[in-house]
Design a protein around this ligand. Structure first.
Ligand SMILES: *Cc1c(COP(=O)(O)O)cnc(C)c1O
Length: 367
C-alpha cells in the first residue's frame, strides 16, 4: 500500500517499552493481564495480543465473548478473561475456553445450568466484586449466597477474584480508593477462608498500578498504559503513545477576509488565511466536537487548529504561516503530539480518542 493516505500507525516498539514500564512498577512475581478489548484500544487486537504473549503476559482480557473468539481463532492459547460475557453467548464462551467474569446471580445460575447440561465440572470463572464503582459485580453482603451457589453445584471453579477501581488516577479520591481496596480485601479473605488460596486476586487497572502498589495482589490489569497513556501528567510522562494517526494534505487554498470555511460557515476569517483540507472526518473517528478550534493537529512541526465543522470524510485546518505543501504528511495525534495535546480543551479522555478510530482507517504496523 501507499503511505499517502489516512492511516493509523501502530508502533510496536512503543508497546514493548510500555510493557517494560508497567512491569518495572511491579513485584517480579506479580502477573500481568493485558487488556485488549475494543480492538486493543483502537489498534489491532490480534497483533497486540500476540505481541503481549511474546512479552510474557499471563492473561489477556476482552470485553465481549466475540472478541475472545477472534483471539482464539488467531491462535492465542493464553487464558482470556471476558469482562462482560452475555448469557446468550455461553456456548461460544465454553467452546472457546474463555474465562467469564461472573458478576450477577442471573449469569451464575445460567452458567451453572449450561455446564450441568454439558456435564462439565470445575469450569474456571473470575468473580467480580463491586467495591464502589457500582457498575457490575456482587456486593459484599452477597458473598455467602455466591459461595452456596458455587458449592452446591460444583460446576464452576473460582479461579480468580477481582474488582475495579473507580478513580485510581484521581488525586482527590485516595480515601475512596483505599476503601475500595479494604472492601476487596474482605471479599478476598472470605474466599480464602472457604477455598484456600487457590485463586488469583486482581484489582488494579493502569492507574492503580502507578498509584497503589499496595494493591497489586497476584495480578494487575493493564490497559491504557500499554497503549501509551495514563490518567494524569505523571503517568503520561512515563509512557509512549502506540497509536499514531496520520494523513496527508489533500488541498491547500488561500481565503480572504470575510470568507468562511465548511458547513454552516462556522469559521469566518478576519484576515487572509491558508486552509488545508485533510482526507479524514467524523466517520474515521474525529468527532464533530473537535471542530471549530477545539483540537490541534501537527503540520511540519507546528500546531494547527481544526477550523469549521468536521465533515463526514474531511476536515479543514488553519495552516496560516506554516510552511506546507499539498501531499505533506500531517499528524493528527501520536508520539510527538499526544491525544492529550490534540484535545486542546480536554473535552474527553485519551481512551475515547484512541478507541474511536474507525475500522475504515488503514492500520499500519511499525516494528
Ligand atoms: C478496561 C478495563 C481495565 C483496563 O483499564 P485501564 O484503565 O485501561 O488500564 C481493567 N479492568 C476492567 C474491568 C476494565 O473494564
Amino acid at each position: 500500500m501507499t503511505t499517502k493516505e489516512t492511516r493509523l500507525i501502530i508502533d510496536l516498539k512503543a508497546l514493548a517499552e510500555n510493557y517494560k514500564t508497567v512491569k518495572s512498577q511491579l513485584k517480579p512475581e506479580t502477573k500481568i493481564m493485558g487488556v485488549v478489548k475494543a480492538f486493543a484500544y483502537g489498534t489491532d487486537s490480534e497483533i497486540i495480543a500476540h505481541k503481549l504473549v511474546d512479552y510474557g503476559v499471563d492473561y489477556l482480557a476482552v470485553a465481549y465473548t466475540e472478541e475472545g473468539v477472534r483471539l482464539r481463532n488467531s491462535g492465542i492459547q493464553t487464558p482470556i478473561l471476558v469482562f462482560y460475557p452475555q448469557i446468550e453467548e455461553l456456548s461460544n464462551l465454553i467452546d472457546y475456553r474463555l474465562t467469564p467474569s461472573v458478576y450477577s446471580f442471573n449469569f451464575l445460575i445460567g452458567l451453572n445450568k449450561h455446564l450441568n447440561e454439558l456435564e462439565t465440572i470445575d469450569f474456571p470463572i473470575h468473580l467480580k466484586i463491586n467495591t464502589g464503582l457500582n457498575r457490575l459485580g456482587f456486593d459484599l453482603d452477597e458473598l455467602d449466597e455466591i459461595y452456596e451457589e458455587i458449592q452446591t453445584n460444583k460446576r464452576v471453579k473460582l479461579s480468580g477474584l477481582f474488582s475495579h477501581l473507580a478513580a485510581s488516577g484521581t488525586a482527590s479520591q485516595v480515601d475512596f480508593t483505599k476503601q475500595q481496596i479494604e472492601k476487596f480485601q474482605i471479599a478476598r479473605q472470605f474466599f480464602i477462608h472457604k477455598f484456600g488460596e487457590t485463586f488469583v486476586s486482581h484489582l488494579c487497572n493502569s492507574s492503580g498500578i502507578f498509584n497503589y502498589p499496595e494493591a497489586e495482589f497476584d495480578m494487575v490489569r493493564a490497559g491504557i498504559a500499554l497503549y501509551g497513556y495514563g490518567n494524569n501528567e505523571a503517568e503520561n510522562a512515563q509512557l509512549i503513545p502506540v497509536s499514531n494517526l496520520k494523513t496527508v494534505i489533500a488541498q491547500l487554498r488561500t481565503i480572504q477576509k470575510g470568507e468562511s470555511v465548511g458547513y454552516e460557515r462556522m469559521f469566518k476569517t478576519e484576515k487572509e488565511a491558508k486552509i488545508a483540507t485533510l482526507p479524514l472526518g467524523y466517520t474515521d473517528g474525529i468527532a464533530r466536537q473537535f471542530g471549530n478550534g477545539k483540537a490541534e493537529i501537527l503540520v511540519n512541526g507546528h500546531k494547527a487548529p481544526i477550523v469549521g465543522n468536521v465533515c463526514m470524510d474531511t476536515l479543514m485546518v488553519d495552516v496560516t504561516g506554516i510552511d506546507c505543501q499539498e501531499g505533506d504528511d500531517v499528524t493528527i495525534f501520536g508520539k510527538e503530539h499526544s491525544a492529550v495535546s490534540f484535545d486542546k480543551f480536554q473535552q474527553t479522555i485519551p481512551y475515547e480518542i484512541i478507541t474511536r478510530i474507525s475500522q475504515r482507517v488503514t492500520r499500519v504496523i511499525e516494528i
